[in-house]
Design a protein around this ligand. Structure first.
Ligand SMILES: [Zn+2]
Length: 209
């Protein structure tokens, strides 16, 4: 067996020992009572930014959707394969989560593809990243001479805001926001410094948590 796969299986045995041997209560409760997470996290597929690891969440704490560059598509209907939207639908309408966090990060490969990729490219990633096209346009017009790193960071943060706006385009989310029983957060994980920032709605910028 490849050692990378063996490592994962060893990890599972550690997990099993913690939750099924030493402490059986949590999973008994999660199995009989079902899951009732209060928070939906929309994160990137990037191996370095696992929402459960970053937040040290326990099983049952967070409902998670991960995709390239933690994007939320705008609300649209019409028979396509809406993986992200169906997870949002389930989290908001069935699980009744009270918080939605869009979790972006530094050095994101999806953001790199958006910012630096050839415009004529026609693969799954470039097509998906079109959700955040406005972030690229703004960054290139607002900071054309900034360093590559600054542009990447600005683009990642702007794309988080686009996803937050797109969340608000879902009618059932608008209803819950109006009823004040749902909150939307934008988080940004700085890989280099190991810091977590949150978008502050009043100051209109990301502040360290
Ligand atoms: Zn990423």
């Amino acid at each position: 067996m490849p050692k990378d796969v063996k490592k994962l299986i060893d990890g599972f045995h550690k997990f099993r020992n913690n939750y099924f041997v030493k402490d059986t209560e949590l999973f008994e409760q999660l199995t009989s009572g079902g899951q009732a997470p209060k928070t939906l996290i929309i994160g990137c597929s990037d191996s370095r930014v696992d929402p459960a690891l970053l937040t040290q969440a326990e099983p049952g704490d967070i409902f998670v959707v991960r995709n390239v560059a933690n994007l939320v598509p705008p609300y649209e209907t019409g028979g396509k394969f809406h993986g992200v939207s169906s997870a949002i639908d389930f989290a908001v309408n069935s699980l009744k989560v009270e918080n939605i966090i869009v979790l972006g990060h530094e050095h994101c490969g999806g953001i790199y593809a958006l910012l630096k990729g050839p415009p004529e490219q026609d693969g799954f990633i470039s097509s998906w990243m079109r959700i955040a096209a406005e972030a690229k346009i703004e960054v290139l017009s607002e900071m054309p001479t900034a360093s590559y790193k600054e542009q990447m960071t600005a683009c990642a943060k702007k794309s988080i805001l686009i996803s937050m706006e797109n969340l608000m385009s879902f009618p059932f989310i608008q209803e819950r926001l109006k009823a004040r029983d749902l909150k939307i957060y934008g988080w940004f994980f700085e890989l280099e410094a190991g810091r977590l920032l949150e978008f502050n709605y009043e100051q209109k910028k990301f502040i360290q948590l």
